[in-house]
Design a protein around this ligand. Structure first.
Ligand code: KIV
Length: 264
């Protein structure tokens, strides 16, 4: 696979195509994921739950994210790498720039931060200084204590309109991608149609430009409660590589996610 860049993914959206994304936290899995042709690897702060066994992503530190980003970069063979800025490492624009610099030096090609309109200043300062940013809207797991649990967001008219406006403002501020987590399908569709930047979904229905899942979830390695939006791709595969390839194919041909894995 030739190197995937922001331009590749933006052109994919413009031509009406879709792309696939999975998390990876180490060199071995990053290699498997990129060899399967998954365009975007997310070094997610979900590693706090998946690898470290915490009940949320809140305890994850910037040092840990940089360590895992370096590991992923060593195993990657051409996918684009997105790294999460962890909880409270981008509380203001100066901190966002210093934290992003750490992750970009570790091998990230784009950083992701969670939140809405309050991020616009940080997003525009990062973008002006050459750091591509993905803004994560909807269910933002770092705010689980404020949200009162892992719940679908944007179900009522007021919060749906606010999310549409946040997405518009973040793109205007310079965001290069949006990620929508646990959002009703029709709302995600409207945000995707309005945006000229790629919109990635997780639990956001079939209409976004891309889909991301936590690798361990789609390999059926999550021993806990499986969220509705997760499909276990190992069920019909005999190797991990086959499961990854099926996932990529299902995202690109639009067969994943189906209604069964989406929210109304
Ligand atoms: O940390 C992560 O894995 C994420 C996904 C849930 C999108 O942000």
């Amino acid at each position: 696979m030739s190197n995937i860049t922001l331009r590749t993914l933006t052109e994919r959206k413009e031509s009406g195509g879709k792309f696939a994304s999975l998390t990876a936290y180490d060199a071995t899995f990053a290699n498997q994921v990129s060899q399967a042709g998954i365009e975007l690897i997310l070094v997610g702060d979900s590693l706090g739950m998946v690898l470290q066994g915490h009940s949320s992503t809140v305890p994850v530190t910037l040092e840990e994210m940089a360590y895992h980003t370096r590991s992923v970069a060593r195993g990657n063979t051409g996918s684009m790498i997105m790294a999460d800025l962890p909880f409270m490492t981008y509380a203001n624009a100066d901190q966002a720039m210093a934290s992003s610099a750490e992750l970009m030096r570790a091998g990230a090609h784009i950083v992701k931060l969670e939140g809405a309109g309050w991020l616009c200043d940080s997003v525009s300062q990062l973008a002006e200084r050459g750091v591509p940013v993905c803004a994560h809207l909807g269910l933002t797991p770092q705010a689980v204590n404020k949200l009162g649990g892992y719940r679908v967001q944007g179900r009522d008219r007021e919060s749906a309109l606010a999310m549409i406006e946040d997405a518009r403002r973040l793109e205007e501020a310079g965001a290069s991608m949006l990620l929508l987590e646990c959002v009703p399908s029709l709302l995600a569709q409207e945000i995707t149609l309005n945006a000229s930047i790629p919109v990635i979904g997780i639990g956001a229905g079939p209409h976004t430009d891309a889909q991301v899942l936590v690798l361990h979830d789609m390999l059926g390695l999550n021993p806990g409660r499986t969220p509705k939006f997760v499909k276990n791709f190992m069920e019909d595969a005999s190797t991990i590589q086959e499961a990854l390839t099926h996932f990529a194919g299902a995202v690109r041909d639009g067969s994943f996610p189906s209604a069964e894995h989406s929210f109304d």
